[in-house]
Design a protein around this ligand. Sequence first.
Ligand code: G1P
Length: 274
Amino acid sequence: MAIEVAVIPCAGAGTRMRPATRVLPKAMIPVVDRPVIQYVVEEAVACGAREVVLVVDERPGDPVMSHFIEGEPIEGLEGIAFVAVSQDEPRGLGDAVLRAAAAVGDRPFVCLLSDNMFPVPSQAFTPALVEPYDGRPVLAVRHVEGDLLDRYGIVDVDEHLGDSLVSVKGAVEKPGADRAPSSLGLVGRYVFPPIVFQVLAGLDPGHGGEIQLTDAIHRIASDGGALGRIVDDSLLDIGVPLGLAEATAAVGLARPDLAVRYREFLERILKGSG
Ligand code: G1P
């Protein structure tokens, strides 16, 4: 089934990326020559989206939206419709997604967190997430080490359906090792049926006093089930300094116009002669 609309939450204070985010929204931090948000939008487009809803915070003259709509269209993104909706206060990821309800309407949608990116958008994983969509949410998940089980939403696995597909019967936000129902963590790529908006609207604040997307996933999965698609290691967490440094290297090496000289440079500094 084709999914024509993508929701990309990109409000959020970016506290783990200070001082870069003192003024700049974290989605605008560049990796090589484009802001992080552009890689994420390119990924959404690679999986079929023609309409992109950006959930931004309320900065005057929001630079995230301006990046896409001002001036000449960006190559590869011609014809994509951009809609900005704002989240006036940080009430959590679930609340950010809920802001997109009117723009999405009664359509399934793909949701991509702009904290994570693949170094080569055209080889991104989201198309493999859209493919099994049958009305149940499809969640990208990855095996998470024990000490990181308090950094991710963790899914409760029902059964293994194949090499990289599991059925899911619940989810817990940042449970930690003692409460985690499995080792599979949510990594910021989801396909949702529109019912998720109704569920989000009825949620009380959860972990950290915020409206949690993971709690909505739990409700839907424990009622009618969900699917989990296991991702490999190429997804990078660019919401933290090490992840951003890794992304710079990964994109630099994946770019045909830069790869040869960039590799030479890296080899030189790795040998300690740079
Ligand atoms: C959010 C979600 C969490 C998910 C994570 C992936 O948390 O709430 O379920 O595992 O993104 O990056 P955050 O990293 O915004 O705290």
